[in-house]
Design a protein around this ligand. Structure first.
Ligand code: FES
Ligand code: FES
Length: 154
C-alpha cells in the first residue's frame, strides 16, 4: 500500500484491513515519535495529522488513509526550523516523561492552524482529550498559548 507521509510517498507491506496506521508508522517505517498509549482512541498519544486534522492513528485503519496527506511529529518542523508549538514546548520545558508529548504537540498544531487566536477556554477544550499521566497540563496550556502568540507575531 502506498502512503503519503511527511510529503513523501512510501510503501508499507501490511495493508490488511485490520492494520492500524500507528503500527505501520512505528514498526514498518520507524517513525517512533508517534506513541502507543491506550490503543483505544482515548489518550491521544498516537495523534498524527490526516489532511491537517488531528487523528488517532491507533484506531485509524490503513485502508482509510491511502492517498491522504499524513503528517507525523517527524514532519512537523520546516527543515531546521521547529514548528512554533515544538519550540514553545522546549522553551517552557513542558515534558516530564515525554510520552504524551508528540500527541499533545500534533493536536495543538492542528488546532492552531484552524484557530490562530484562541482564548484560554478554547485551548483547554482543544487539548482536553490528550491525557498526560505526568500532569503537565499547566505547562502544556502555557506553551500552546505562547505558540499562538508567536505565530500571530510572524
Ligand atoms: S494510543 Fe491512540 S488514543 Fe491512546
Ligand atoms: S509528560 Fe509524561 S505522560 Fe505527559
Amino acid at each position: 500500500m502506498q502512503l503519503i507521509i511527511n510529503d513523501k510517498s512510501v510503501e508499507v507491506e501490511d495493508g490488511s484491513a485490520g492494520q492500524m496506521l500507528l503500527w505501520a508508522l512505528r514498526d514498518e517505517l520507524g517513525l517512533t515519535g508517534t506513541k502507543f498509549g491506550c490503543g483505544a482512541g482515548i489518550c491521544g498519544a498516537c495523534t498524527v495529522h490526516i489532511n491537517g486534522v488531528a487523528t488517532r492513528s491507533c484506531v485509524t485503519p490503513l485502508a482509510l488513509v491511502a492517498g491522504q496527506e499524513i503528517r507525523t511529529i517527524e514532519g512537523l518542523a520546516e527543515g531546521e526550523r521547529l514548528h512554533p508549538v515544538q519550540q514553545a514546548f522546549i522553551d517552557l520545558q513542558v515534558p516530564q516523561c515525554g510520552w504524551c508529548m508528540s500527541g499533545q504537540i500534533m493536536t495543538a498544531a492542528a488546532f492552531l492552524a484552524q484557530n490562530p487566536t484562541p482564548g484560554d477556554d478554547e485551548i483547554t477544550q482543544a487539548l482536553r482529550y490528550n491525557y498526560c499521566r505526568c500532569g503537565c497540563y499547566v505547562r502544556i496550556h502555557a506553551a500552546v498559548k505562547q505558540a499562538a502568540e508567536e505565530m500571530n507575531e510572524e
